[in-house]
Design a binder for this molecule. Structure first.
Ligand code: UD1
Ligand code: MG
Length: 442
């Protein structure tokens, strides 16, 4: 069967003033990923169901940051500039050159809805098969701030009224507009030509096309979706709410895939966290972006892990910090108050207590004693430490990089090692212990 063709339009030119931030609203992170990225990725995820012709993002004049983020992370996205932020209808009008004579359907989305699901998009597509205009709506116990969907006496969509224009009666309507629509492109631009500037907000509302269409007896469809999927982030509270809901979704997915989360509500994941089967995660563990965890790994309480690959059967923590660029091979143990940065720790090696390992390569089955520090930074450069297999680094050793320690080598406790140590050696660097009788003691 031939796939139907759709184009997507993401409105993201709004000033986002309610965020009170220097950073554009759509670049704020939810589960370690900017809001706009969640939306683009959801569109990409339904490419198997439909043919996606264009994905266009409408941005404001001062949106260099968003533009470079999109260019760096996605291919083939059209950027369109809305010169002045004169409202959502004006934002769509700014795409006139591309879509006015377009023969396919358009799906219009807001740039501030990180929880949008592929199911919601597929529901809109289904709606588009039967209606020239369809919108996504949801029922809310607390509809404050959202446009309300007004139905006529036959329960058909009649109009959308914005909170600021709603009468007290209309404010009681619990059916809200998600701000996501499917629409025949030519119909869209003919309706937009009749949208007037709203007298209160001095903006042109895209929502006015619904009233204009129903006046022309165009049948308008509505699909009912979950409120949470339509959550529009307008301020910091909205951002926190989106984060909370996204975490619930991600924790559930991890558990469905066979991970144990002992206290799920205290574990924080990123959208890209990859957790295999039979991983056990203790309470209060935080994952930053770029983490992959292999089967059978145990992560004890209070760990912070970011940009790290952990292979099978490792045991981490409690209280470990694993930083970007770190790879732990199978069955590695990293214990309490250990920080590892940009290092490779090979199979079966142990770094169990109070240690800093940075810019290092640690060999198979090597044991790093308590309090060992790799002194990787000389104030100017970061230098590498390389330790071979089956070596033993005693407690409280400082390894001053750049440094190579061979295999099967022992470094005595308390040493400050500044010169390379070959394989099969014992190196000790400390003063001889002196024992003398105390003065005034018989
Ligand atoms: C909008 C809808 C409202 C709906 C809600 C859902 C309108 C008039 N209202 O309200 O019915 O319930 O979304 O979240 O459409 N934008 C531009 N250019 C502009 C203005 C806005 O691109 O000139 C973009 C924003 O960046 C944002 C989106 O359009 O991503 C929606 O704008 P926003 O100001 O968040 O509208 P809401 O007040 O949330
Ligand atoms: Mg909004």
């Amino acid at each position: 069967m031939q796939k139907e063709t759709y184009s997507f339009l993401i409105l993201a030119a709004g000033k986002g003033t309610r965020m009170k931030s220097r950073k554009p609203k759509v670049l704020h992170d939810v589960a370690g990923e900017p809001i706009i990225s969640h939306i683009i990725n959801t569109i990409i995820s339904i490419k198997k169901n439909i043919y996606v012709d264009k994905i266009a993002v409408v941005l404001g004049n001062n949106s260099k940051e968003i533009k470079s983020f999109i260019k760096a992370n996605f291919e083939g996205i059209d950027i369109i500039i809305q010169k002045k932020q004169l409202g959502t209808a004006d934002a769509v009008l700014s795409t006139k050159n591309i879509f006015k004579n377009y023969n396919n359907k358009l799906i219009i989305l807001c740039g501030d809805t990180p929880l949008i699901s592929s199911k919601l998009l597929l529901n809109l597509i289904k709606l588009g098969k039967n209606y020239r205009i369809g919108l996504s709506g949801f029922k809310s116990m607390n509809p404050h701030g959202y446009g309300r969907v007004v139905l006529n006496e036959y329960k058909k969509v009649k109009s959308i009224v914005e909170e600021s224009d709603a009468s007290n009666e209309e404010k009681k309507i619990d059916l809200c507009n998600s701000g996501m629509y499917v629409i025949d492109s030519k119909l869209l631009f003919s309706l937009l030509s009749n949208v007037k500037v709203n007298s209160k907000k001095k903006e042109m509302y895209l929502t006015d096309i619904i009233y204009l269409a129903s006046k022309e007896d165009v049948n308008i469809g509505i699909s009912y979706n979950k409120e949470i999927e339509s959550l529009g982030v307008n301020d910091r509270e909205g951002l926190a709410m989106a984060e909370k809901e996204m975490q619930i979704i991600l924790r559930k997915k991890a558990m469905q895939r066979g991970a144990t989360l002992i206290a799920p509500e205290t574990v924080f994941l990123c959208k890209d966290t990859k957790i295999s089967k039979d991983v056990c995660i203790g309470p209060n563990v935080v994952f930053g972006p770029g983490v992959k965890i292999g089967e059978g790994v145990k992560i004890e309480a209070f760990c912070h892990i970011e940009g790290v690959t952990i292979k099978k059967n490792c045991i981490i923590g409690p209280f470990a910090r694993l930083r970007p660029g770190t790879v732990l091979e199978d069955s590695v143990k990293v214990g309490n108050f250990v920080e590892v940065k940009k290092s490779k720790i090979k199979k079966g090696a142990k770094v169990n207590h109070l240690t800093y390992v940075g810019d290092s390569d640690i060999g198979i089955n090597t044991n790093i004693g308590a309090g060992v520090i790799t002194c990787n930074y000389d104030g100017v450069n970061k230098n590498k430490t390389n330790i071979g297999n089956n070596s033993f680094i005693g407690s409280n050793v400082s390894l001053v990089a750049p440094l190579k320690v061979g295999s099967e080598t022992i470094i005595g406790a308390g040493s400050v090692i500044t010169k390379n140590v070959p394989s099969n050696m014992l190196a000790v660097e400390r003063n001889k212990q002196v024992i003398v009788r105390r003065r005034n003691k018989k």
